[in-house]
Structure formats: C-alpha cells, structure tokens
Design a protein around this ligand. Sequence first.
Ligand SMILES: [Zn+2]
Length: 188
Amino acid sequence: MRAMFAREITGAGLAITVLLLLAGAGAHASSRKPATASSPNQETHRALAQTVPHMIAWIVARTGWDIESAPPVRFVASARLAKMYYGDEGGSNRPDIHALYSIERHTIYLADTWRADVLRDRSALLHELVHHLQILNKAEVDCPAQYDLQASHLQMEWLRGQGIQDPAKFFNLNEFVIYLMSQCPDYY
Ligand SMILES: [Zn+2]
C-alpha cells in the first residue's frame, strides 16, 4: 500500500519526517478545536475547486511544465490517511498525516480536517499538486527524495507569496534539515 505514494516509496526516514512537517503536522492541530472530526462542508469543497486551478497555474508558471491537468482530490478521515501512509505498522509516535498523493491513482487525498482558510492546509494542497504535476510531466530526479525537495521549495515560495517571511520557521524546520532532504541515499 505505501508503495503507491510518491515520497513514501523511498523509506527514507528523514525525507518523510520533513514532508510530514511541511504537510502541516503538529503545530496547528491545536487550533482546530473539534475533537469530533466533521466532513468538509460545501463551502470547503467550493473553495477547494476554486483554489486548485490557481495553484496549478502558479506551479506551471514557475516550472515551465507543459501538462497542467487537475487531479481528483478526495477527503478521507485522518485515521485512513495514516493507514494509507504507514500501512498496518503500529506505533504511537507517528506524526499525523494531512495529505498524500497517489501515483497510481493520480489522486490527492486530504484529511477531512482540511480547511481552505488555513494557510498550512492550503500549502499542503499545493505541495501535493506539485507531486501530481511532477509525475504527469515526468520531472527528472535522481531519487524520489528529490520530488519532495522540489515540492517543498515550491511550497515555501508559495508561502512567502502569502506573506510568510520565513516558511522554514513556520514549519519549525531549519536549512540543514532542508539540505538533507535533497540528498539521495547511497542505495539509489
Ligand atoms: Zn511530498
């Protein structure tokens, strides 16, 4: 199951950790108060539908990619996302998963806690859209970790455009960790 996701096929622990941070794990969870998750309302679906084409145009303008089709986006319960990502492995220490891209299905999965008015959530969507366009446009990388590097850089650039002056700080990352993300392990 986990082999179906772009960065998830790597098994490279660090890249995965960084990704999860970028996808919005942690800090903002507390600002979403409801303990009971509710499915996104119509307004959220509408906002999503409006946002995706803008983001795709933004990504294509920066990368020069030719193909800019929009993937299906599905909302799923956080528990299901975790299962898609981690498989059946146990462990209580795992970061929450907020977004995934399936290479096989060309589909983005967002946690049903996703909200259009939460900047981190929107940036996580942008990140996964980059993965979709990477696959469609056959972006050249030396190893899967570099898909994430590019997606993360674009995500940060987008956040800067939204007024976040230090996106790495926004995600509690530092430059060293970001640098490490770009390193292909020896076994590739
Ligand atoms: Zn990624």
